[in-house]
Design a protein around this ligand. Structure first.
Ligand SMILES: Nc1ncnc2c1ncn2[C@@H]1O[C@H](COP(=O)(O)OP(=O)(O)OP(=O)(O)O)[C@@H](O)[C@H]1O
Ligand SMILES: [Mg+2]
Length: 307
């Protein structure tokens, strides 16, 4: 069962999880699914700088992405969420004149400083995300109704919430503080933001996902859903599984035996998640496709799952 419909009303979905579990693939397919449901979707990949190769571009089947949104398909745009544009906005808030801010941004030394200071990359991303959330169409409606953010690694969803808070302690008032407060209010509002923790149905990834889910909740980012990716296809009923197990028991190891073990581990892992997680759990099977066709197929499985 997939069941992701409850994410559709959110303004921002933060896709997070350990390396290689399928965050980018899930972000791309969720974006395709939501766009097909009629939402104006922006799929954003958080990157350190805009020059690195984009995994999201591959998953969406476009040649490249940039710091400004590009069209990917009907209702669907994608963008690189790099700190740079946010830093520019940020400097405009701190420096008295726009000209001065633009000049400061051209200085390599200042750019290096902003990239290196621990709080500033997240600040830049938060500022940029806020801009994208606030962007309007001519008729005043939201330009991007739903922004799906593919976060690079486990810690970042937390860093986004944690670092602005520590910054607020240092700079409690003024334009930066109010922008940061607005960003935090967005990130912490369960009607607007939800974290989607992606994991695999295996012992260690599930332990890590549970830890991440706890961390997210401690930072008061609403945990919307856990997504178990690559659940192995299980063709057997309980009795059939016992029969197959008995047949395989006194034979040397086979690929079939290993598949059965993987199915068993997945069942245990899912049961543990169901016991320990309060939010709904979506599951999606292993799909034998790659690149953009993988995300397209997963998006249609998501739509079928809602039917
Ligand atoms: N449901 C699935 N079925 C088959 N293959 C999948 C599935 N989900 C992801 N993959 C494959 O697993 C690999 C890792 O996926 P992906 O790049 O989305 O993970 P990630 O969490 O974004 O990784 P990283 O931490 O490096 O950003 C990719 O090769 C992708 O094609
Ligand atoms: Mg990725």
């Amino acid at each position: 069962m997939v069941a992701l419909k409850r994410l559709l009303p959110l303004r921002a979905v933060l896709v997070t999880g350990k390396g290689g579990v399928g965050k980018t693939t899930v972000a791309a397919s969720l974006a395709r699914y939501a766009a097909a449901q009629g939402k104006r979707v922006l799929c954003a990949e958080m990157v350190g700088d805009a020059e690195t190769a984009s995994a999201l571009a591959d998953a969406l089947g476009v040649p490249r992405l940039d710091v400004e949104p590009v069209d990917v398909g009907p209702n669907l745009k994608a963008v690189l969420l790099a700190p740079t544009l946010g830093h520019q906005r940020f400097l405009r808030d701190v420096l008295p004149m726009r000209l001065l801010a633009d000049a400061a941004m051209r200085s390599a030394a200042i750019r290096r400083f902003l990239a290196a200071a621990p709080t500033f990359p997240e600040m830049g991303v938060l500022y940029r995300l806020l801009d994208l959330v606030r962007a309007k169409q001519r008729d005043g409606s939201d330009l991007h109704e739903m922004i799906i953010v593919d976060l690079p690694a486990t810690g970042h969803a937390l860093a986004l919430a944690q670092i602005p808070q520590s910054l607020l302690r240092v700079i409690p008032t003024g334009p930066i503080a109010s922008a940061v407060k607005e960003g935090l209010a967005l990130l912490m509002d369960p009607e607007k933001t939800g974290a989607l923790v992606v994991t695999l149905p295996e012992t260690l990834p599930v332990s890590e996902a549970l830890e991440l889910a706890r961390g997210i909740e401690q930072h008061e980012i609403p945990l919307a859903q856990v997504f178990v990716n690559r659940v192995p296809f299980d063709p057997f009923s309980d009795e059939e599984r016992e029969v197959v197990r008995a047949v395989l028991a006194d034979r040397p190891p086979t690929l079939g035996g290993r598949t059965l073990e993987r199915i068993d581990r997945a069942r245990v892992a899912l049961a543990r998640l169901e016991r320990e997680v309060k939010v709904p759990i979506a599951t999606l099977q292993d799909v034998w496709l790659e690149g953009p066709r993988l995300a397209e197929e997963m998006a249609s499985l998501m739509a079928v799952g809602e039917a």
